[in-house]
Design a protein around this ligand. Structure first.
Ligand SMILES: [Zn+2]
Length: 74
């Protein structure tokens, strides 16, 4: 009797979700050289995850300087 006019809804393609979040990390750039200082006896030397190690220093400040210099210029 009554024809049910089932009109197909327009096939709306699913809109892509939110775009990939851009890494807007403002600040210090990620340095692949994570340095740290380690004490060896009465000396202190800088070490890096890349395997680099600075000369033994009597001052931890100098070791940190070595580490910073290496992080800048590996
Ligand atoms: Zn390194």
């Amino acid at each position: 009797m009554c024809e049910s006019d089932v009109s197909d809804p327009p096939t709306a393609s699913p809109t892509p979700s939110a775009p990939p979040a851009a890494p807007g990390s403002a600040g210090t750039p990620p340095s692949p050289h994570a340095t740290s200082t380690t004490e060896r006896g009465s000396f202190c030397l800088a070490r890096c995850v890349c395997g680099w190690s600075g000369p033994a220093r009597r001052s931890r400040d100098l070791a940190r300087t070595d580490a910073a210099a290496h992080a800048l210029n590996p």
